[in-house]
Write a protein that binds this ligand. Structure first.
Ligand code: ADP
Ligand code: ZN
Length: 523
């Protein structure tokens, strides 16, 4: 199986690597993958973003007579991908819905004449009968199924068309297939194998470890100020990506960063195409540009020197977090994956889980994924170890390069404080949200609602005056994140005690919570 330079196929592969792509060595697994495809085997490849997946199918497609078909969901990027290949003198083209009939016909003719080595297609185009008939008539070297996790319902980017790709195997049993993805836990991996019928394939899994990325996750209320602090200290002139959840926030943050003198460009699905491509192009070509984006930005972006990826919201899953942060430091130099989250993020996430109208199974999956993400945030031990463990990779030592390793979180005995918080929720009938509960705990004076409801008379009024409202928010965030309190799904955010509270209220267990770090801005 091992591809050595003495076998003629691999020798030719190496030549192409050098001549066409200008690289002297294969990266981890690239050579073996190419060798397997040349031998006619199916392949499943898991490589982190930046690992070099594209060459794995491009080179065998160039070495064999006929065209390699690349299935990709990223229509917006096909043009760029094809341009890049054409600049290297590679005969590549794409077929998708953005083209007019003439252009499509020209490409089809070129394909029939054997003038193409690589053809990029969106899955829905590939699956049309007319495309399939076209492919029936030409020699095919391979099918590359990019972003293969889209086939999995368990994955974070499910696309139903992907499941139909299993027909390729039946219709073209002799054409080797390679499924590629950057993100897959064991379960997603299994689903890719099942759905695409890759049971016989050679599997190559590169480590998901990205040692040059420093992961840090900061709790606290004022994410914006924290972000600025981080940028000023660590990336005063670097290129990076800031992710936000909503379009509105994207616009606001971009504007705010511009006001602070940075080149910051918004990117989200609501902007006109021209604006988006222009911003993307500037990000790729100019130095020091910050893209402020919703998750609509980033898939397939090949910019090696992104020095930081910042999240101003909690990603929906560890997969999404890993994929988004993976866009930092693809050149191997030091990079930061920075995240800020606060009480409101935790509450929103908890509410979102229940509120969607998806089916039960999907809800459950989403719920588990959110929980895992939150767990990573609230972790007090090495983040990298936990992240890799999530992808079923064991990492024996703490990494020494994440926030928790570099600045181990301090904890404090919060047993009594938690008891006060929980009793206050209980005494007020489990009908109120965090802010009001904190007002009672801190003994807010002359508050109309407190007086009207007589909450200045209850035993928990003012018993928490030793902590500031900010400190209390940190306490509640952790109580919610750890499952002592649940948040009402109706949208008012009323807090409820859970079963987990009992031993804590009875004083049978102690509770340690983490302290805010000094660098985190308190507000
Ligand atoms: P992925 O699709 O896995 O995210 P790409 O295929 O886009 O990664 O490759 C990431 C970067 O690494 C690209 O700039 C690519 O040209 C470069 N690259 C790929 N293989 C090699 C190699 N063997 N040597 C040096 N650079 C490589
Ligand atoms: Zn660590």
């Amino acid at each position: 199986m091992e591809g050595t330079l003495t076998d003629p196929g691999m020798e030719a592969a190496h030549e192409i690597l050098k001549r066409r792509f200008g690289y002297s060595n294969f990266r981890l697994n690239q050579g073996d993958i190419i060798n397997a495809l040349l031998a006619g085997r199916d392949v499943l490849t898991l490589m982190p973003t930046g690992g070099g997946k594209s060459l794995c199918y491009q080179i065998p497609a160039l070495l064999r007579n006929g065209a390699g078909v690349v299935v990709s969901p990223l229509i917006a990027l096909m043009q760029d991908q094809v341009n890049t290949l054409q600049q290297l003198g590679i005969r590549a083209a794409f077929l998708n819905s953005t083209q007019d009939t003439n252009t499509r016909q020209e490409i089809e003719t070129a394909l029939r004449r054997g003038e193409l080595d690589l053809l990029y297609l969106a899955p829905e185009r590939l699956l049309t009968e007319s495309t399939l008939r076209l492919l029936d008539d030409v020699p095919l070297t391979l099918f590359a199924i990019d972003e293969a996790h889209c086939v999995s319902q368990w994955g974070h980017d499910f696309r139903p068309e992907y499941q139909q790709l299993s027909m390729l195997h039946k219709r073209y049993p002799n054409v080797p297939r390679i499924a590629l993805t950057a993100t897959a836990d064991a379960r997603t991996r299994q689903e890719i194998i099942e759905q695409l019928d890759l049971h016989e394939s050679a599997v190559f899994i590169n480590s998901f470890d990205r040692p040059n990325i420093r992961y840090s996750q900061n709790e606290g209320q004022n994410a914006r100020e924290q972000l600025w602090h981080f940028l000023e200290n660590e990336h005063p002139a670097d290129a990076g990506i800031v992710y936000c959840l909503s379009r509105k926030k994207v616009e606001a943050i971009a504007e705010w960063l511009q006001g602070k003198g940075r080149i910051a460009l918004p990117y989200h699905a609501g902007l006109p195409n021209e604006v988006r491509s222009e911003h993307q192009a500037r990000f790729l070509r100019e130095d020091g540009v910050i893209i402020v984006a919703t998750i609509a930005f980033g898939m397939g972006i090949d910019k090696p020197d992104v020095r930081f990826v910042a999240h101003l919201n909690l990603p929906k899953s560890i997969e999404a977090y890993y994929q988004e942060t993976g866009r930092a430091g693809r050149d191997g130099a030091a990079a930061n994956a920075w995240l800020a989250y606060g009480l409101q993020d935790v509450i929103t996430l908890r509410q979102m889980t229940h509120a969607s109208d998806a089916n039960e199974k999907y809800k459950q999956i989403t719920h588990h994924k959110l929980e895992a993400m939150l767990g990573l945030c609230e972790l007090t031990t090495c983040r990298r170890q936990a992240l890799l463990a999530y992808f079923d990779e064991q990492y024996d030592e703490p990494c020494g390069n994440c926030d928790n390793c570099l600045q181990p979180p301090q904890t404090w005995d919060a047993t009594v404080t938690a008891q006060k918080a929980l009793s206050c929720v209980y005494r007020t009938g489990q009908r109120f949200g965090v802010n009001y509960i904190i007002e009672i705990l801190t003994g807010k004076k002359n508050d109309e609602r407190i007086l009207r409801l007589g909450h200045d008379k209850i035993s928990t009024y003012g018993i928490g005056h030793d902590l500031s409202a900010t400190d209390w928010r940190g306490v509640f965030r952790q109580l919610i994140a750890r499952g002592y309190l649940s948040v009402d799904i109706e949208g008012y955010g009323a807090l409820h005690l859970t079963e987990a509270c009992r031993p804590l209220l009875r004083g049978e267990v102690e509770l340690a919570l983490r302290k805010l770090r000094k660098t985190e801005i308190r507000q």
